[in-house]
Design a protein. Structure first.
Length: 284
């Protein structure tokens, strides 16, 4: 297995500087965040723990993503990194934008892009959302064949595929060389947990990428309610040793891509901790 970093988790390191920093830490690849990059600081500047999504400088700009990909290709090539994924927040019903990102993936030599399934909040009947998403995915298959770029969908709380079972149901009608799944055990602490080996075996050939982050339940004594917060990798509910053993059992050789939203360490500290922690587990 290879190790990469999803740049949503490195918001305070610029696009220019990040590839060389990842190489210095020993990572094999990079998963670029594709979204609107805010180059000027917002006013007011949000707390640093919110920068992942509000002021992320390690983002390739969606509006001119093909040109950004040419720039990023030079940077990653110089650093000797592979591009594990171009990870967007686009949904299947945005074919024009998706095609642009596929063009960028060709430029940068990346075999896959992330799409987000529709969110689920109970207002629209689940089966209607699901069937619409599958229809939209079917309309994207010709683009995957045209560009040779796979679409991967992340198991994520708050959307229509919070579990491996739901993700498999979404993608199983489509060829596995066109559509795949991001297995995310950190998200499954929030919602959708299934035994890792069960989910990995179920996904089979659709398992295409793995996100590494951690989370834990917390109790608020005032509201007397439980919630889930992000935790440092190895300090939450995710059993990474069991996860890696399950991945080894099925012969997974793709990327483990860290997506660390914890704030106990600074970014450089997280990069160092996470690769050391994962390398040790991979040796067992």
């Amino acid at each position: 297995m290879k190790l990469s970093v999803f740049t949503v988790g490195t918001p305070d390191i610029s696009v220019e500087n990040l590839p060389s920093r990842l190489k210095a830490h020993g990572y094999d690849g990079i998963e670029w965040r594709i979204a609107k990059r805010q180059d000027a600081p917002p006013n007011p500047v949000p707390p640093k723990g919110q920068w992942y999504w509000t002021y992320n400088q390690a983002t390739l700009n969606l509006a001119n993503v093909v040109e950004e990909a040419k720039w990023a290709h030079e940077l990653t090539t110089q650093a000797g990194l592979e591009v594990a994924s171009l990870s967007t927040y686009l949904q299947p019903g945005q074919p024009a934008e998706i095609e642009k990102v596929m063009q960028a993936a060709q430029v940068i030599g990346c075999p896959k892009i992330r799409l987000m399934p529709p969110g689920y909040n109970g207002e629209t009947y689940y089966r209607d959302l699901f069937e619409t998403a599958q229809r939209q995915i079917s309309e994207l298959i010709p683009l995957t064949e045209k560009y040779g770029v796979k679409l991967i969908f992340e198991i994520h709380h708050g959307n229509i595929i919070p579990s491996a079972s739901a993700a498999y149901r979404l993608v199983s009608p489509f060829p596995a060389n066109s559509v795949g799944v991001i297995f995310d055990p950190g998200n499954m602490v929030h919602e959708g947990f299934e035994e890792y080996q069960l989910g990995i075996e179920l996904l089979g050939e659709y398992l295409d990428h793995v996100h590494i982050k951690d989370a834990r339940p917390v109790f608020n004594p005032e509201s007397k309610k439980w919630s889930v917060e992000w935790a440092s990798v190895g300090e939450g509910m995710v059993n990474f040793a069991r996860l890696i053993q399950a991945l080894k059992k099925v012969g997974y050789s793709g990327y483990l891509s860290t997506e660390d939203f914890s704030n106990d360490r600074d970014t450089e500290g997280k990069l160092a901790h996470n690769i050391s922690y994962l390398r040790e587990l991979l040796q067992d």
